[in-house]
Design a protein around this ligand. Structure first.
Ligand code: NDP
Ligand code: 8X3
Length: 254
């Protein structure tokens, strides 16, 4: 059986780009997300051009029971996951702390931190048993810096940064690689989700600016995953050329 990659949040953006790139590298894929139609379409498309197998697991990473049931329900050969890409995540709102929506806070913490942990708990056990595997965690520049009104989203990504380090230490005896990828602005559905469907506001984020695209991140992840067995990329911050940090955006006025 060729190598297997499990990608959370493969229904859009960076996760979908990873699915395409890993399929092109002949990985069998386990694609997860809450939406069903998109991964089915993606699966049909990839299966028609690549000689790979694809499993779609429709799940909400916030739902611990569902995560465990769906992952443990995979047949033994599918549990031989070589690469786990913990990508599912989101931001909700951009408000000062005293005006924040506590439901949004719950959603971000439950998805970006607890969801990542639920998936990792199951899959890392499979990797520990086989003494083999690579976990890639999607952090963010928001996990390296804190910006105005980003409070809880930044806190969740700082948590991912910390968990990335913790996983590397705990899984060291088992030869499991752990890599943190921390992008700046990537034009995906991220801003539309952050602003709850306000497309105009979302588009303004990238106006006059040349952001990263999902494929840039997928290629970077592939670079990390395809290093020789003795090499691990611990942590990687990747920005658009036009962005020097959370606050420094080189925008061209139109
Ligand atoms: P998108 O909104 O385009 O994609 C997010 C993906 O996460 C979707 O596939 C979505 O699937 C999935 N997802 C969200 N919530 C859940 C959930 N509860 N259960 C399962 N899947 C879920 O955003 P990006 O591709 O940009 O984001 C991917 C990751 O990259 C996130 O962790 C994000 O924080 C991080 N990131 C993004 C940056 C950016 O500027 N875009 C920069 C830095 C980091 P579905 O809705 O079907 O469940
Ligand atoms: C997404 C990038 O700068 O909007 O994590 O927080 S940013």
């Amino acid at each position: 059986m060729p190598e297997i990659a499990l990608i959370t949040g493969a229904t859009a953006g960076i996760g979908e780009a990873c699915a395409r790139l890993f399929a092109a590298q002949n990985y069998h894929l386990i694609l997860t997300g809450r939406r069903t139609e998109r991964p089915e379409r993606l699966s049909a498309e990839l299966s028609s051009v690549c000689n790979i197998k694809i499993q779609i697991l429709t799940l909400d990473v916030r739902n611990k029971a569902e995560v465990e049931e769906k992952l443990q329900g995979l047949s033994p050969e599918w549990k031989e996951v070589n690469v786990l890409i913990n990508n599912a995540g989101l931001s909700q709102g951009l408000d000062p702390i005293h005006e924040g929506n506590t439901d949004d806070w719950d959603t971000m913490i439950d998805t970006n931190v607890k969801g990542l942990l639920y998936v990792t708990k199951v899959v890392s056990n499979w990797m520990v048993n086989r003494k083999h595997g690579h976990i890639v965690n999607l952090g963010s520049i928001a996990g390296k810096e804190t910006y105005a009104n980003g409070n809880v989203y930044c806190a969740t990504k700082h948590a991912v940064d910390s968990l990335n380090k913790a996983m590397r230490i705990d899984l060291l005896p088992y030869g499991i690689k752990v890599t943190g990828i921390h992008p700046g602005a990537v034009e995906t559905e991220f801003s539309e989700v952050r602003f709850k469907g306000d497309t105009e506001r979302a588009q303004k984020v990238y106006e006059g600016f040349d952001p990263l695209v999902a494929e840039d991140i997928a290629e970077t992840i592939w670079f990390c995953v395809s290093r020789p067995p003795h090499v691990n990329i611990n942590d990687l911050v990747i920005m658009p050329k036009a962005q020097a940090g959370a606050y420094y955006w080189n925008k061209v006025e139109s």
